[in-house]
Design a protein around this ligand. Structure first.
Ligand SMILES: Nc1c(C(=O)O)ncn1[C@@H]1O[C@H](COP(=O)(O)O)[C@@H](O)[C@H]1O
Length: 161
């Protein structure tokens, strides 16, 4: 099975957050790769990753970064693949810096921006799954089942009431 999702992140320190996206993709049987690609520290790697992504068969990129989080936007500039941005939570500014760096893209080069932190990364995985499910009936069924399981796990009556 060829790899269809690229999970990329600015630093090793983003992996505890971005792992949440990987876990969703694992649960849904979607193949992915995880790579450290930084617009600031490894610009040549970003350039070649973006240039080759579609040709290698990737279909969606989930990009997480913190602080001056230029990675998702720069990747969106370099590839026509959908780029889902995950603002990693930061200590100094709680991830608002990451969010603002990712979300306000200029017209023409969108990044589908998720919420700050781990929930955003998990939703990034789910958003990638939704996109892929448009052309994959078996995955669509797995995604429906995953969503139903989550709904069914929510009790109607709060505990200790
Ligand atoms: N925002 C970016 C980019 C980028 O956008 O290209 N490259 C690294 N970083 C971020 O720097 C933070 C601190 O990185 P270190 O923990 O390595 O110092 C990380 O959250 C990373 O995403």
């Amino acid at each position: 099975m060829s790899t269809v999702v690229g999970i990329i992140m600015g630093s090793q320190s983003d992996w505890p957050t971005m792992r949440e996206a990987a876990e969703i993709l694992d649960a849904l049987g979607i193949s992915y790769e995880a790579r450290i690609v930084s617009a600031h520290r490894t610009p040549d790697r970003l350039w070649s990753y973006g240039r080759e992504a579609a040709g290698r068969g990737l279909k969606v990129i989930v990009a997480g970064a913190g602080g001056a989080a230029h990675l998702p936007g720069m990747m969106a500039s370099k590839t026509r693949l959908p780029v889902i941005g995950v603002p990693v939570q930061t200590r100094a500014l709680s991830g608002v810096d990451s969010l603002y760096s990712i979300v306000q893209m200029p017209r023409g080069f969108p990044v589908a921006t998720m919420a700050i932190g781990a929930a955003g990364a998990a939703n990034g995985g789910l958003m990638a799954a939704s996109i892929l499910a448009l052309g994959d009936a078996a995955l669509a069924e797995r995604l429906e089942a995953w969503r139903a399981d989550l709904s069914n796990s929510i009790p109607e009556v709060p505990e200790d009431v």
